[in-house]
Design a protein around this ligand. Structure first.
Ligand SMILES: NC(=O)c1ccc[n+]([C@@H]2O[C@H](COP(=O)([O-])OP(=O)(O)OC[C@H]3O[C@@H](n4cnc5c(N)ncnc54)[C@H](O)[C@@H]3O)[C@@H](O)[C@H]2O)c1
Length: 393
């Protein structure tokens, strides 16, 4: 099958279900190619050998700062298959066995969203650094406790997504900081597709389109406009039941449709829209998306991200001086959305700090939890967490 002809959602799902030979999408083939600043390689254990591991493992295999040591999955044949494919010497069916087995430094957690909190905590307790897929935990309090524990243990923890690392994010942040839009007033971002069909956790309690999809836009907008102070949201379930491969029909418990309003202070308001019921005429392969998915309006300018924030194509900017859109930042450089674990390994090996911080991931997690609370109570919810901002200086 021509990978360019299928969308990202189908591609990722198929890789797991069929155990098909891995054919990378063009963007997934690249990673960080720079030579390591130090000779040291960080030993990596990957837990969760499902769909997203098909994109993480090629990136980690090419990462000059990482050495793949162990693969683990509660479905042991998945760990076996990925270990075989990516020359990983050790494979385990349970985290306890993995932690007791071959020594490693960094746990890369690619398991079900609801499992991250428990597994991340266990790894930190065992003295491992952690790169976690989103969300980093199930609640702000639990995530903050894990971060505190990490500090006590002298290890690091980070969480996806990586959107603040793109050159397009940097361009937008610098444009805002330069005042090119005048007084910033409002922003909108949206992201959706018709929903995964390979695992039920996306639709179970603690899942939903906000932690799976909205998390990208929430990270982008809080990263650009600053930490949010309050949230008002409405969420719903549009598709009450789903067919999951190998499992049959399940009832959908978590929201699959969300509208989240954020107050960033100083009058700046933004809106994130996400869901698992969005038909997209361009499919879901990032390079095909040319729409403005993030827009920011100010009194003297308008700025829009072309394509998804996880695979941006450029930034359109119009100002009072140049009122027609001009496209900027069309080069992604080394940025790919699946580079987070390699960036973590690079940070641990060389001391190079990331723009991605656990505090930012925890703030976005608080926004998601607040949005759920706002829907339940029909009230505005005040936020208490914050993170180092601006992200890009
Ligand atoms: N698939 C994608 O397109 C994609 C893209 C970006 C991020 N993500 C994120 O990656 C994570 C995983 O998603 P996925 O699509 O790969 O799901 P998946 O169901 O395909 O894979 C998850 C794997 O984790 C394993 N697992 C679950 N609990 C475990 C445990 N306690 N110990 C060991 N293994 C365990 C499962 O058996 C499964 O193989 C989620 O957080 C998701 O939001 C997915």
């Amino acid at each position: 099958m021509n990978p360019a002809a299928i969308d990202r959602r189908s591609f990722l799902g198929q890789g797991v279900a069929a155990g098909a030979a891995l054919t990378l999408l063009p963007s997934a083939a690249s990673s960080l190619h720079a030579e390591p600043a130090a000779d040291k390689r960080v030993r990596v254990g990957v837990i969760g050998c499902g769909s997203v591991s098909n994109v993480y493992l090629p990136a980690l295999s090419k990462c000059p700062h990482a050495e793949l040591v162990s693969a683990c999955d509660i479905i042991p044949e998945r760990a076996e298959r990925q270990a075989g494919k990516f020359n990983i010497p050790n494979r385990f069916p349970h985290i306890d066995k993995m932690l007791a087995g071959a020594s490693f430094d960094l746990l890369v957690d690619l398991t079900d969203m609801q499992e991250h909190e428990r597994l991340n905590k266990q790894a930190v307790e065992a003295g491992k650094h952690v790169w976690s897929e989103k969300p980093i935990a199930n609640s702000l309090a639990a995530g903050q406790a894990i971060l505190e524990l990490a500090k006590v243990k002298g290890v690091r923890i980070w969480g996806a997504p990586t959107v603040v690392n793109s050159p397009q994010f940097a361009f937008m942040a610098r444009t805002l900081a330069a005042g090119a839009l005048g007084r910033v007033a409002a922003a909108h971002a949206d992201y959706g597709h018709t929903g995964p069909d390979w695992s039920s956790f996306f639709y179970e309690k603690g899942g939903g389109s906000m932690p799976d999809l909205g998390v990208y836009n929430l990270t982008t907008l809080t990263g650009l406009l600053g930490p949010a102070r309050g949230v008002v949201a409405m969420t719903s379930v549009v598709t009450q039941s789903r067919l999951i491969r190998g499992k049959g029909k399940i009832r959908v418990e978590a929201e699959d449709n969300a509208m989240v309003l954020l107050d960033h202070g100083n009058g700046v308001l933004s809106h994130v829209q996400c869901g698992f019921n969005y038909f997209n005429p361009h499919g879901h392969e990032g390079s095909q998306e040319q729409r403005h998915t993030v827009t920011i309006a100010g009194t003297a300018g308008s700025m829009a991200l072309v394509g998804y924030d996880w695979e941006p194509q450029g930034v359109d900017l119009a100002t009072e001086q140049r009122p027609a859109y001009v496209r900027h930042a069309t080069d992604r450089g080394n940025y790919v959305w699946q580079q987070g674990a390699c960036l973590a390994a690079e940070c641990l090996a060389t001391g190079k700090e990331m723009l991605i911080t656990p505090e930012h991931a925890l703030h976005v997690l608080e926004v998601i939890c607040a949005a759920r609370q706002s829907q339940e109570t029909a009230r505005r919810v005040q936020l208490r967490s914050t993170f180092k901002w601006p992200v890009v200086s």
